[in-house]
Design a protein around this ligand. Structure first.
Ligand SMILES: [Zn+2]
Length: 406
């Protein structure tokens, strides 16, 4: 069935009388087609026309430009009681704001992705109004999907540390918890239905996360994120590099050391040609750096064993084979990997069962949330949380996982 243009644009009961371009916006003079007020709303008495008033409502863009609807509104005076009612406005106008309902809808949707300032500029309205409309958006629903691999992390947002919950298999943000306190995260997890399917909980090496996992998802296996472990290994190697650099301070070789930092941090398989040769020359020159580099690489190979048992045996050997001159720098890694051995090598079970690369999934989510936060230039926590959920529930593009790469 054909529909009228008025219905199509949500402006029933209105007729456009004229269109004028005024200071960068279309001004449309509107007339209410069928006045509805034929008797006094107070007493039912007879009404006399008593002048008109023009009201302005901002509307959605017209041909890509701002539009203002100028509606002539009839005023009356009641012969019986003296009341002075005005012609009611059509439903197209929002009753609380000088805007059309369709503009309120547009602002609400666009405020999810754009900054309040950008939306305000686009439609010629106040930033404050955009924020209010955005705040009226309904709370995003609880995450409903089954969560096979749950990621827990924490990050600083809107002034405080917050707990971050991620569905790592789906690459989706589950929620941002107002604090990183155990009680708050446990409470939030208790309301998640999809956890009955959870087999693995992926985390960094924080004791409270281990406690949260065993309390909230007792049937699941805790896995320490490979990314965090390898970061410790990288830091240990870099400490050795800095130590060697200090020894040759003030000479040209010190600069050389500074520049080779990136080369040392890159996995050797990814280096070729001149860069590989440059790495080799550094390692040839400084034997302690070579030893540190090899020690880190030996740790990385723990992730490429044939199974968990083999990895644990290799890990024991790795601990014993630490060079005396490297002990100090590698101590944080050695302590952590001793204490978290079970969770670190649960990675093997996690990989085989779920085919999910656990590294960097939550970290990548954190950086996305931070981008949203930075774009908003100081959101309140509630607004940030809602925007992040509305944007990041759709899933992120996970890189193709590769088992042997770290
Ligand atoms: Zn009256």
């Amino acid at each position: 069935m054909p529909i009228s243009a008025a219905e199509m644009f949500g402006l029933d009961d209105l007729v456009v009388e004229s269109k004028e371009w005024v200071e960068g916006a279309w001004h449309l003079s509107m007339r209410i087609q069928q006045p509805r007020l034929d008797s006094c709303p107070e007493c039912g008495g007879r009404l006399l026309a008593n002048g008109t008033r023009t009201v302005e409502h901002n509307d959605v863009l017209l041909h890509g430009s701002r539009a203002v609807l100028m509606t002539v509104r009839q005023r009356y005076r009641c012969v019986a009681c003296g009341a002075g009612p005005s012609e009611p406005l059509p439903d197209a106008f929002d009753p609380d704001r000088m805007m059309t309902r369709r503009l309120v809808d547009a602002v609400s949707c666009e405020s999810v992705r754009d900054t309040a300032a950008a939306v305000a500029r686009r439609y010629g309205i106040d930033e404050k109004t955009v924020r209010q409309i955005s705040a009226e958006r309904p709370e995003p629903p609880d995450y409903e999907a089954d969560v096979l691999v749950l990621g827990i992390d924490e990050t600083k947002l809107a002034g405080n540390m917050r707990g971050i919950l991620v569905d790592l298999e789906g690459g989706r943000l589950i929620d941002i918890v107002q604090s990183d306190h155990k009680a708050d995260i446990v409470e939030r997890l208790s309301r998640l239905r999809g956890l009955s399917a959870t087999k693995f909980v992926c985390m960094d090496m924080r004791k409270s996360f281990r406690a949260i996992a065993s309390e909230s998802v007792p049937g699941a296996q805790a896995v320490v994120d490979r990314w965090h472990v390898m970061r410790l290994a990288g830091e240990a190697m870099d400490e050795v590099r800095k130590k060697c650099m200090r020894k040759v301070e003030g000479t040209g070789r010190s600069q050389h050391f500074f520049r080779c930092r990136r080369l040392l941090c890159t996995n050797p398989e990814r280096l070729a040609g001149r860069r590989l040769a440059a790495l080799e020359s550094v390692l040839d020159e400084f034997l302690l750096v070579r030893a540190a580099h090899e020690h880190r690489e030996a740790f990385r190979r723990l992730y490429a064993c044939k199974d968990r048992t083999a990895a644990i045996a290799e890990h024991d050997r790795w601990l014993q084979e630490t060079d005396k001159d490297l002990e100090k720098e590698f101590k944080p890694l050695a302590n952590a990997s001793r204490r978290w051995q079970a969770e670190i090598f649960s990675w093997y079970d996690c990989w085989d069962a779920a085919r999910v690369a656990t590294n960097a999934g939550t970290e990548s989510m954190n950086s996305r949330i931070k981008k949203i936060n930075a774009a908003g230039n100081g959101y309140a926590f509630g607004t940030l949380r809602r925007r992040a959920l509305e944007t990041l529930r759709g899933g992120i593009n996970n890189e193709t996982p590769q088992k042997a790469a770290a």
